[in-house]
Design a protein around this ligand. Structure first.
Ligand SMILES: Cc1ncc(COP(=O)(O)O)c(C=O)c1O
Length: 364
């Protein structure tokens, strides 16, 4: 099938770009002891997870138990849920996953240690647990240092829990505009993790995994000598928000190629100043700015179209015609993926495959 035959709106993957992005992260750690554990929150798709593992990833991260279920069902054998899970319903499902795969989960509270131990004991499994550190994310996580060590000791003392390491994701650092700002923020996080590791060692606790990093900072964590697992997510797709941050040498961030697009068609040119396409906010999320219209500098996607309408302001030139097909680069890949049932995967101009977004809508 040709790309021209695909109905719109549709979520496209350019396979050449996707494969190249996966290769680039694999190459970045080649020959080092740093492992890649990509985040499945971005793609929610076992087909992509399998390609990441084939390129050397040791397993996947997930944010939700339902994502972990989709990954394990798709054949992924090693998953860390980089999130706190304390609800008994969710823990029951996590424990049953732990009978089929290696499952890790995060913890940031002494009370949660008891909850995790109770669930693991009831299910007859050992859960692998990471202490989540607050290193700039301003959401979950204990303070680095003594609090983290005390929590690790509690976990270590439980018969059905195994303390495996630290989770230290510095989310806000990822989209800081300059590499200098990202370097400074990451250096601070690295220092906090380093001090915690030293205190853990003094308490006699080893740390198999020190995980964190995203697309904007992964090279910094990789070369820190402290982190040994990279949780890069958006790199597979490289959304428009990441295209707006700066790279090395004050140029744009060009570590990855755009591989994810929303294919849309123009359905109205009745207005003088704008055209309307069929990709509104049910097809592309606008929480991080506007999509880029590929190869059409004369068209600017703007807010205010609606759920099913995308508004394209007209610049110089003849403007689009009814039925013209456009590719949009989504501003924020993860929640845009979550709006769609499948990826239409193409190479050149030919559709090669259709991959279900297995964990789409999985919020539990
Ligand atoms: C815990 C965690 N790790 C890794 C990532 C991946 O970050 P990115 O998509 O910027 O690569 C995220 C993204 O939100 C995250 O929440």
């Amino acid at each position: 099938m040709s790309l021209d035959e695909v109905d719109t709106p549709a979520l496209l993957i350019d396979l050449d770009a996707l494969e190249e992005n996966i290769r680039r992260v694999a190459n970045a750690v080649h020959g080092t002891s740093v492992r890649v554990r990509p985040h499945a929150k971005t793609h929610k798709c076992p087909e992509i997870a399998r390609r990441q593992i084939d390129a050397g990833a040791v397993g996947l991260c997930c944010q939700k138990v339902s994502e972990a279920e989709a990954m394990v069902a798709g054949g992924v054998q090693d998953v860390i849920v980089t999130n706190e899970v304390v609800d008994p319903r969710k823990l029951g499902r996590l424990v049953s996953l732990a009978r089929r795969a290696r499952i890790g989960v995060c913890c940031d509270d002494p009370a949660a240690v008891d909850i995790l131990e109770g669930a693991a004991a009831a299910g007859g499994v050992t859960l692998r647990v990471l202490v989540e550190l607050e290193v700039g994310g301003n959401r979950c996580g204990v303070r680095p240092g003594a609090d983290a060590v005390a929590l690790a000791e509690l976990i270590d003392a439980k018969p059905h829990l195994s303390f495996v390491g630290l989770q230290a994701y510095n989310g806000p650092a990822q989209h800081l505009k300059t590499i200098g700002e990202r370097r400074a923020s990451t250096a601070e996080a690295v220092e906090n993790v380093k001090q915690t590791l030293e205190q853990l060692a003094r308490a006699g606790l080893g740390c198999e995994t020190v995980g964190g990093a995203g697309t904007g900072t992964f090279r910094l964590e990789a070369s820190s000598g402290i982190f040994n697992e990279l949780q890069v997510g958006s790199y597979v797709f490289m959304d428009a928000d990441y295209a707006r941050i700066g790279g090395e040498d004050e140029g744009p961030f060009s570590d990855f190629d755009h591989s994810l697009f929303v294919l849309t068609a123009v359905m109205s040119v009745a207005a003088q100043d704008w055209a309307v396409c069929d990709a509104g906010t049910k097809s592309v999320l606008l929480d991080r700015g506007m999509p880029i219209v590929v190869d059409r500098p004369d068209l600017a996607y703007v807010a205010g179209g609606g759920d099913e309408h995308g508004k394209l302001m007209l610049g110089a030139g003849a403007g689009p015609k009814l039925g013209d097909r456009l590719r949009l680069i989504p501003p924020h890949c993860d929640p845009t993926v979550n709006l769609h049932d499948w990826f239409v995967c193409y190479r050149g101009h030919t559709v090669e495959d259709v991959w279900p977004i297995a964990a789409r809508g999985g919020m539990f």
